[in-house]
Design a protein around this ligand. Sequence first.
Ligand SMILES: [Zn+2]
Length: 187
Amino acid sequence: MGRNKGIVVPGDFLGTTEEFTSGMGVYDEEGNLYASQIGEISISDKRVINVLPVVETPPILEEGDVVLGRIEDIKDTVAIVSIACVKGKEKREIAAPTQGIIHISNIKKGYVSELKQEFGYLDVIKAKVLDVKTLRLSTEERDLGVIKAICMKCKGDLERKGNVLRCERCKRVETRKISEDYGKGMI
Ligand SMILES: [Zn+2]
């Protein structure tokens, strides 16, 4: 059975091609349909399944909001995040800008020597808004950080193995600032 409510993230299983026709924001892998973006599931009466962006422009954020987004770029001291939605306030009124940043000092408690050890390109992350003017985000708390990631080498799904992530396909091991919600799917 496909899901019909809630927010999905890239790679979440939606159903099969026997149940649905794939629409926007959905990809087909051997008859299984998966979300290709963060969004809300919408099913038309002709059984076309879509994953639609929750907001077309980003929400007005408040300090302390928990947001979901993807890592768009990794620099020496900051990771750039494109914010997709605010947890629990998906329908809130919206305005620019969309990009937040995570400074190396706000990733986790303790010293971080290299940002690339904590985040990877296109990781789906959950973070808290520290400052609304600069859109500075934090992933320090246990439930914050990376919730979904793909292998940098083969793009396979990374599965959590203790404190690291391991690629099911090529067995590569990668490190991240992992959220305790990693891999749980629906948020
Ligand atoms: Zn791999």
